[in-house]
Design a protein. Structure first.
Length: 428
């Protein structure tokens, strides 16, 4: 477990890594919160909501690229949904503005908060900025911009306290997902155009390692960056029966950055030494045809399954049966599937990248590998060593038990409260 996670019940020190403090009422509570993570997190969230109310943060807007109902929704969208729903349940008026989702109405209400789906994948950025500038749907008391690759440039037009949630730097992802003509534009916006405009913004990210990358690659001031780890839903708990055969599970959108093609190659290499090995890849995405072809070419159709999307209960049951959660992803802000599986006492074997380095405590809750070449040997080792693997699983479960969505919602709101303290209502 990382330092930022182990201290998450300490209100100021855990969520704000810098000189700007978080809301005073929550800070004062830190020394008296109980040790139970769930109860401590609820008390912390109540304190943050109370502090927000005293500062007039009653109506909060979130800006996101994609909605949870979008076919390509992933961890970022789930993260935004959990925060929005917990804030709404606490009495805050929450609206999320995002792009259109095929087959879904432009306006809806989900778990207590409003969703406004307008414009396409690229049009949502200028349209949201224009709507926010003119106050087309009323001016919010606070704003949360989710910077997922392309920013909304809220520092230019927003007229209220605001924070920016930046899960990770996209870096080489631009070359993976965009055309040769557009990829340099995305990289230029992320690395050159946007950072000077966000130098005075409060940035919130998921992990200390992601914070370090944001500082080194985007040159944003470290004192302005808060670390708020994601939570784990309480439904993820250990089961009673593991798969009788070695079963490894990978979860994520079928897109290049997840590097499922390399994972398939490594699984095939291990299968030659452990013939009973089985693997399931959970998720959907535009790389499915290429991955299906790769599995067929390797003669692995009988034991590597692309199972598509799963419900939360189906995913929980899959984690419970699995021997290991695996990921060869190249970029992550955290890797929420890692800690979901951990809550089911399933350890992880993943690449050592920003995000993963916080979600996994190496050799304690799982194993981090420095290069794809190490993956096959470590996978074989973990599948053969039942004692070590089970010890990792127990520690992983304990680690995940400290992560709650209430703490995530509280930490994010505390960052917004801190900004509102710097810009009180009377001066707006």
């Amino acid at each position: 477990m990382t330092d930022s996670e182990s201290r998450q019940v300490t209100i100021t020190g855990a969520v704000a890594s810098g000189t700007r403090s978080v809301a005073a009422p929550a800070t004062a509570l830190a020394s008296v919160v109980p040790q139970d993570p769930g109860l401590a997190s609820r008390i912390r969230l109540d304190a943050a909501v109370s502090a927000a109310g005293k500062l007039g943060l009653n109506r909060i807007h979130l800006l996101a690229w994609r909605d949870l109902d979008d076919p390509e929704a992933g961890g970022s969208e789930l993260h935004a949904h959990r925060i929005a729903s917990l804030w709404a349940a606490a009495g805050i008026d929450v609206t999320m503005r995002t792009s259109t989702a095929e087959g879904h109405a432009p306006f809806t209400r989900r778990d207590g908060y409003r969703v406004v789906r307008k414009s396409g994948r690229y049009g949502v950025f200028p349209r949201s900025a224009l709507s926010g500038f003119v106050g087309r749907r009323g001016r919010p008391d606070g704003l949360v911009e989710i910077w997922n690759g392309m920013p909304f440039f809220s520092p230019v037009w927003a007229r209220c306290p605001k924070i920016v949630f930046l899960h990770h730097v996209h870096a080489e992802m631009w070359q993976m997902v965009m055309s040769r003509r557009l990829a340099p534009v995305g990289a230029f916006v992320e690395r050159r155009l946007a950072p000077p405009l966000y130098r005075h913004s409060r940035i919130v990210t998921l992990s200390a390692s992601s914070r370090d990358e944001i500082v080194s690659m985007l040159r944003l001031p470290p004192e302005n960056i808060s670390v708020v780890p994601p939570g784990v839903d309480a439904r993820f708990t250990p089961g009673s029966v593991r798969s009788p055969d070695p079963l490894v599970v990978a979860v994520g959108r079928l897109v290049p950055v997840k590097r499922f093609d390399l994972l398939i190659d490594q699984l095939v290499a291990v299968r030659s030494r452990i013939p009973a090995l089985r693997a399931q890849i959970v998720g959907e995405g535009y790389e499915r045809p290429q991955l299906e072809q790769r599995i067929r070419a390797a003669g692995a159709t009988g034991w590597i399954e692309l199972v598509g999307r799963m419900s939360d209960d189906e995913l929980r049951d899959t984690y419970r049966r699995a021997w290991l959660l695996v990921s060869m992803s190249q970029r992550e802000g955290w890797g929420m599937t890692i800690t979901e599986a951990a809550a089911c006492a399933t350890p992880a074997l993943v690449t050592r990248i920003a995000g993963h380095s916080d979600a996994v405590d190496h050799a304690v809750t799982g194993i981090l590998v420095d290069s794809p070449d190490q993956f096959a040997d470590q996978l074989e080792r973990l599948l053969r060593d039942d004692t070590f693997r089970r010890r990792l699983g127990r520690a992983a479960q304990e680690h995940a038990g400290r992560l709650t969505w209430e703490a995530t919602a509280a930490g994010t709101l505390e960052a917004l409260v801190a900004e509102a303290e710097l810009h009180p209502p009377r001066s707006r």
